[in-house]
Design a protein around this ligand. Sequence first.
Ligand code: ARG
Length: 459
Amino acid sequence: MTKLWGGRFTKTAEEWVDAFGASIGFDQALVMEDIQGSLAHVTMLGKCGILSSEETEQIKAGLETLREKAKAGELEFSVQNEDIHLNLEKFLIDEIGPVGGKLHTGRSRNDQVATDMHLYLRNETKNIMEAVRNVQQALLNQASSHVETLIPGYTHLQRAQPVSFAHHLMAYFWMLERDFSRFEDSLKRVNVSPLGAGALAGTTFPIDRAYSAELLGFDGIYENSLDAVSDRDFIVEFLSASSVTMMHLSRLCEELILWSSQEFQFIEMDDAFATGSSIMPQKKNPDMAELIRGKTGRVYGGLFSLLTTLKGLPLAYNKDMQEDKEGMFDAVHTVKGSLKIFAGMIDTMDVRTEVMEKAVHNDFSNATELADYLASKGLPFRDAHEVVGKLVLTAINKGVFLLDLAYEDFKQAHELFEKDIYEVLEPKTVVARRNSAGGTGFEQVRIALKKAEAILGVH
Ligand code: ARG
């Protein structure tokens, strides 16, 4: 089969060599973007008088036909035509005859592929941003019904101080808020047109880059043709934002997995997001959360793979850059899929407030409160810490918790203790009193929920 670029060749490569070099197996995902880019390019060629209006109309009609065929799944791509760009050009020529060969005037596959990738990522970044919003909404919904549900807050995975469960969930809301803004910010650099940069140096044809950019909805054009065809940092940025998002999801997955273990029993996953064991009838495994945690690795992989591919490349285009696609496609599917599952998991999980309540009461996470109590009555905090440490030891020796100690025990430990100590030690009081900005005090949590609602546009 002769190649579209076969003029200077005297023999063709063997099929297996073609197959190794071909990208059509994966870049066919860019079919719509490639047609969209071509339509803008040919419209520009017509407007600039580089093609006649008749030629322009013929090519546009041909591209529209291809678009319909692509939608209907009727295009049969071939490895011999290497990639999506050459496949479509071949289809166009088959469709409308030799005039189809004029589409590529003043353009190279190098600016063409870069244009496709910008269009693709613009679209998918917006989809991902919407999916992030859905997860935030799910977190906000759960948080809203659990402002006064308490769980132990941990440091070193040891119970530290009780917190509102809503506060804990909302920590992830704010992480995702930053993820959202990272994606949003990256759009500034995605929404720039490389089209018209040619192979690397621009073109002799009197093209209008600003016009084709405008037709494609880009905010502007790359200033430098070499940069335009060589830049993949917009993809690096996407993979980086995706990696951070996956890292955040993965951390919450880890907590969901812990919380649904027999050891914690703080939540139960909905049956829809759990699976059983083929051998152990009692098992209910949080598979989806584990899988998202696991899939985080492949997104990081995409980021490192692309950074490594790019680091030694001289300007301008090099075939190595064809390796930019699979990691990006994979990350798009992984992040979108993970976010979608995530929203469902959060929405449907059963929160076992009674177990949380018990956990909060049956521990020493109110000990700081006692020390603060003495400190607020004038005892240096260091001394207060010592006194309370001893009191904790007394309780441990008696096999009870602080709230179970007798008033005399407190009095013996320090004369500054008064009867109100029991009220102060109540976990609800402990949490409520942490009313500093961004703290877990119920008032602060309610303020945070309001802010979050405003961000999501809930009224
Ligand atoms: N399939 C190629 C890619 O993905 C398109 C660009 C090819 N350009 C070239 N000069 N061979 O990178």
